[in-house]
Design a protein around this ligand. Structure first.
Ligand code: NIG
Length: 383
């Protein structure tokens, strides 16, 4: 079956040259983009949808979420806005609730949050374990995530926190040994939280190396709450991305610019936890590859809105709207090492986001306004 989406007022494809002289059209064959260009030149298709001058762009690639969880951290959030700083230790609250939850509850919550993201234009989504922290609970989280439609990438984050009742050396032996062995078949990535109060540089390097020995790509949570070794460990370990990257030295920026490690910025998290805006402008100017992601999780950042992240990156971190959109689509795809998403070049997965706006500028100009008019994921309309 083929579909032509026509009457597009502004089209972002991320091809070397964007099509000129609209209105534009995109033709979808099955789950792929088959053609893009001026609407009057579009080949015929089985069905047609006219979007009446609206802007169309690739679906968001949300390369950083933590959505396998139970419980609620509203009380902690209330204390935070009253002045108590965010601390990694809050993760244990969600660990306790997640361990106590039945499989069906975890799966239903994940489904609800993935659908919530999809309705806002997220068409490729990564999520993580990290609220189980026993072998059985981490495997359960990975299995549930891998079995959920709409979750494209799953990451093992056993090294999120040393859970209560064990020591860090013992827990690291477990994470890098039996836990990794048990979880490896369900995940593509391994991650470690490298920060004061979580894991140090040696531990993070060990986790990345153990994952690599099992064929898993690396990711690092680093430089979230203060300067630290996260970026250096990620770059030295060949990680695909270092996520947060809020507190960076000049050396960190240079190292990222000289490497393939993507700086995945989480501006909604920085807003929610009272951190400074991420240094997106500095990174882009230095030549680093930047991604924007939601970091949707119950503690530090309970939002699935990629549009909010784009607006914040423009309004608080100095990116232009096209730069922010690129980071929230192509940048995320790069962080996940995927060529099939994040753009609308011919052959891409047909992940399209129609805005209820004539241009993408409205995403930053109208923050907080729901601007998603329609979404297609892999050629299928998202309800
Ligand atoms: O990315 N930094 C570590 N992990 C999450 C927070 C998890 C939580 O507070 O529950 C993050 O912000």
């Amino acid at each position: 079956m083929s579909l032509v989406i026509t009457g597009i007022g502004e089209l972002t494809t991320h091809a070397d040259e964007e099509p000129r002289d609209g209105p534009f059209a995109v033709v979808v064959e099955g789950d792929r983009v088959a053609w893009t260009g001026r609407a009057r030149d579009a080949p015929p298709a089985d069905t047609a949808v006219d979007v009446d001058g609206r802007a169309v762009l690739p679906g968001w690639v949300d390369s950083h979420t933590h959505l396998v969880f139970a419980g609620d951290r509203g009380e902690e959030f209330g204390q935070r806005v009253a002045g108590r700083p965010y601390k990694p230790g809050g993760i244990q609250t969600t660990v306790d609730a997640t361990r106590a939850a039945p499989d069906a509850d975890l799966a239903a919550r994940l489904r609800r949050h993935v659908d919530e993201a999809a309705r806002q234009g997220t068409t490729c989504l990564e999520t993580k374990t990290g609220y189980g922290l026993t072998v059985a609970d981490e495997v359960r989280a990975a299995r549930i995530a891998a079995g959920t439609t709409g979750v494209d990438e799953v990451t093992f984050l056993g090294a999120h926190l040393t859970p209560t009742g064990t020591t860090t050396p013992d827990y690291l032996d477990l994470v890098c040994g039996p836990m990794l062995v048990a979880v490896a078949g369900h995940v593509r990535w391994i991650d470690v939280f490298c920060e004061d109060g979580a894991f140090d540089a040696d531990a993070a390097a060990r986790v990345l190396a153990a994952g690599a020995a099992r064929g898993l790509g690396g990711r690092v949570h680093g430089n979230q709450l203060g300067p630290g070794p996260g970026v250096a460990v990620a770059v030295a370990g060949g990680a695909a991305s270092v996520d947060h990257a809020t507190h960076l030295t000049d050396d960190d920026v240079e190292a990222l610019a000289a490497s393939d490690t993507v700086a995945t910025l989480l501006p909604a998290c920085d807003l929610s936890t009272g951190q400074p805006p991420p240094p997106a402008r500095r990174l882009v100017d230095a030549g680093a590859t930047v991604a924007l992601a939601s970091n949707a999780n119950p503690g530090s950042c309970y939002t699935t809105s990629m549009a909010l992240c784009v607006a914040l990156a423009v309004l608080r971190s100095g990116l232009s709207v096209p730069e922010a959109i690129r980071a929230a689509t192509l940048g995320g795809a790069r962080a996940l090492r995927r060529d099939d998403v994040g753009h609308l070049r011919v052959g891409a997965r047909a992940d399209l986001h129609v805005l209820d706006a004539p241009t993408v500028v409205h995403l930053a100009q109208r923050p907080g306004v729901p601007l998603t008019a329609a979404v297609w994921r892999a050629g299928r309309r998202v309800p």
